[in-house]
Write a protein that binds this ligand. Structure first.
Ligand code: OSB
Ligand code: MG
Length: 378
């Protein structure tokens, strides 16, 4: 990380693309079919370039940030700090972007990750190696949205496990939980690697559902309670044998320290876009190892660009659980990168030997999908 040449971003091009998912994706707080995605292209004065992706969604149902708020934050507050500033290393970008800025981590991460991508490009190294990645393949899980009824979910679960996925995570909400997961458990057998994700839909008082889920031999229950509620997660963990996994609650490395101190969960779902980028992700990776917390890389329905960053991160040694790193075809009829991300034997290959993101970004396709574009220069 220290041997990388200095870098200076001279232009940031912001794009919003519209891209429909191959199927509706429903979580406890809302459904998405037509994704609006903010992509960035960072350039140096010498013409080196790299792409990055903002993970903010269309609506503020997962995080307070949205595509719209991220657009404003990047354009008006964040990109101006980065443009024309010489960085000695990509690790310097995070603090530059964070100084006196509260929140807007997804917006910050889009730029910060772009700087790491650019640094990898300039160093002629793969992003995975630049980050300290060691795995040639990363184990893959699927995240299934809420389905119409328990039998539909059970059929789908069977199909996806047969396709090779190493973990099957089901979205749940009050009213679409225990019966659904029980049907799946019956259909796939006792040993299948199942997990659920509530996206903060429960309260500590919802003992019926939470106790019943605890009997289903799940690998984890992800984010049962509200994002800010570490104390109640700790109370719940005390009552449950199933490990709790925190997603929305972990927006900063200090949340991992608090989680460990309180025993508010045993596993972290790390999404670099949620924590402000890759420098914070490396710190969280270190903290999880130090505190003995399980770790895996989550996803936010990214295109092949955001996926490149997730796959690179997941190749680090501490990511020992399968990530939400499905291949391109699980999300898109046609991705924006070449080659598309594929899965073999439940694993995605890490392009350790290729410079930068390790996939070619299809500018022609992105231009076709672009609905707005703004160019920012220092
Ligand atoms: O909670 O992990 C989540 C997608 C959008 C918002 C929140 C979440 C998700 C996923 C998708 O579970 C995982 C993926 O990208 O495959
Ligand atoms: Mg989640």
């Amino acid at each position: 990380m220290n041997g990388s040449p200095p870098l200076e971003v001279s232009r940031v091009t912001m794009r919003e693309i519209h891209l429909p998912l191959v199927e509706l994706f429903e979580i406890s707080s809302g459904a998405t079919r037509d994704r609006r995605i903010c992509l960035l292209e960072l350039e140096t004065a010498d013409g080196a370039r790299s792409w990055s992706e903002c993970v903010a969604g269309e609506n503020p149902n997962y995080s307070p940030e949205t595509v719209e708020t991220a657009w404003i934050a990047i354009r008006d507050w964040l990109a101006p700090r980065l443009l024309g500033r010489e960085l000695a290393a990509p690790s310097e970008a995070a603090s530059l972007l964070a100084e006196s800025v509260r929140g807007h981590r997804m917006a910050r991460a889009a730029l910060e990750m772009g700087v790491w991508g650019l640094a990898a490009e300039l160093a002629g190294s793969s992003l995975a190696r630049l980050l300290g990645g060691v795995r040639e393949r990363v184990e893959t899980g699927i995240s299934l949205g809420i389905q119409s009824d328990p039998e539909a979910l059970a059929r789908r679960a069977r199909l996806e496990l047969d396709a090779g996925y190493r973990k099957l995570k089901m979205k749940v909400r009050p009213g679409a939980d225990v019966e659904f997961v029980e049907a799946v458990r019956r259909a796939v057998g006792g040993d299948a690697p199942l997990a659920v994700d509530a996206n903060a839909a429960y309260r500590l008082e919802d003992t019926g559902a939470l106790e019943a889920l605890d009997e289903l031999e799940l690998m984890m229950v992800e984010q049962p309670l509200a994002a800010d509620d570490l104390v109640r997660h700790a109370r719940l963990q005390e009552r449950m044998k199933t490990p709790l996994c925190l997603d929305e609650s972990v927006r900063d490395p200090h949340h991992v320290e608090d989680m460990a101190a309180l025993d508010a969960g045993r596993i972290v779902n790390l999404k670099p876009g949620r924590v402000g980028g890759l420098a914070a992700s490396l710190k969280i990776h270190e903290l999880c190892t130090q505190h003995g917390l399980g770790l895996w890389c989550g996803g936010m329905l990214e295109t092949g660009i955001g996926r490149a960053y997730n796959v690179a991160l997941a190749s680090l040694p501490g990511f020992e659980l399968p990530g939400d790193l499905s291949p391109s075809r699980r999300y898109w009829a046609e991705d924006v990168v070449e080659p598309e991300w594929t899965m073999e034997d439940g694993r995605v290959q890490v392009p350790l030997g290729r410079p930068g993101l390790g996939v070619q970004v299809r500018r022609d396709r992105i231009e076709e999908l672009t609905v707005r574009e703004e160019r920012l220069e220092g």
